[in-house]
Write a protein that binds this ligand. Structure first.
Ligand SMILES: Nc1nc2c(ncn2[C@@H]2O[C@H](COP(=O)(O)OP(=O)(O)OP(=O)(O)O)[C@@H](O)[C@H]2O)c(=O)[nH]1
Ligand SMILES: [Mg+2]
Length: 298
């Protein structure tokens, strides 16, 4: 008997901020390639997570959460990046948080179907659902009048339901050989990932609106024998913000540096020497040219 054919293709991971898109991509890849935080709008760039299985290969396009707020140039760019992600993909995962569904989810569904691709509904965070009996009527309500290529309640965090999800997704991918080597996990450079690791700590360790006024630029990325020497600039918008990021006696910046260094060492499998600086660039998040020079594009 013939084994089933190998399948490979692009899978867009779409949904509102904070539903767990990046957590899902990481769970499927098996390595943390995309940063995650409890705060919305953590992901700012499109990123490919490559998940290779014996039956096929998923090229998962992680995207910034789609959101209505278009206040700053950065938000507009993030929305464009999310929309652009659906070009050339074979199937989309529409990720929602169990129990939630609103106009924006409905709009995302419509846009994906209009683009002509199968949409798999991924109902994430079922581990947080207190009343499990509410799941069925909720799924019935969402599915009414919509055509999903599969409906999968999962927990990306606890890795529940992923095997069945992978099976569904693979069935919608074309028969072809793997597009990336089996030990490749992302399309992004180590330099980019290093910046993201610092940004993850900013999202996690800074309060209120401050994370949204920060970005990270990797100025130095050098291989020195078995060691990586990395220099990262944390850009803020005002002097007062700089003082907060540095913290009393430099304590907060040290904590941000040491936590991100540990993450880098884990991902790169090398010893990392990390230097960080905080600098002010007024209004960078609402300035298209500044955004481009800081590595943002759609
Ligand atoms: N309990 C629970 N928490 C989850 C699950 N999946 C994700 N989370 C948490 O939800 C938060 C947001 O996760 P992310 O993966 O950053 O969400 P995202 O959709 O990528 O968010 P943006 O990049 O901001 O659009 C984090 O605190 C995750 O740990 C899950 O299945 N169960
Ligand atoms: Mg994300």
């Amino acid at each position: 008997m013939n084994a089933s054919p190998y399948r490979a293709g692009h899978v867009a991971v779409i949904g509102r901020p904070n539903v767990g898109k990046s957590t899902l991509v990481n769970a499927l890849v098996g390595v943390k390639v995309s940063i995650v935080s409890p705060r919305p709008q953590t992901t700012r760039h499109q990123l490919l997570g490559i998940a290779t299985f014996p039956e096929g290969q998923l090229l998962l396009v992680d995207t910034p959460g789609i959101h209505r707020e278009q206040k700053r140039a950065m938000n507009r760019m993030m929305n464009r990046a999310a929309r652009g992600a659906i070009e050339g993909v074979d199937v989309a995962l529409l990720v929602v948080r169990a129990g939630q569904w609103d106009d924006e989810d409905a709009l995302a569904y419509d846009a994906l179907r209009k683009a002509g691709m199968p949409v798999v509904l991924v109902v994430n965070q079922i581990d947080r659902l207190k009343d499990k009996t509410a799941l069925l009527p909720y799924l019935a309500k969402i599915s009414d009048g919509r055509e999903f290529a599969g409906v999968h309640p999962i927990s990306a965090l606890k890795r529940n339901g992923l095997e069945a999800l992978v099976k569904t997704v693979l069935s919608h991918l074309p028969e072809q050989d793997a597009l990336y080597g089996e030990d490749e996990i992302t399309d992004k450079s180590q330099r980019f990932l290093a910046g993201e690791m610092v940004r993850e700590q900013l999202m996690r360790q800074l309060g209120e609106e401050l994370p949204y006024a920060t970005t990270v630029e990797v100025e130095k990325f050098e291989v020195d024998g078995t060691m990586l020497r990395i220099g990262a600039v944390i850009w803020v918008e005002r002097d007062g913000q700089k003082a907060i990021v540095i913290g009393k006696g430099g304590e907060r910046l040290r904590e941000i540096g040491s936590k991100s260094r540990i993450q880098m060492e884990r991902l790169f499998g090398a010893k990392v020497f990390l230097e960080t600086w905080v600098r002010v660039r007024e209004g960078w998040s609402d300035d298209e040219a500044a955004l481009r020079s800081l590595g943002y594009h759609d």
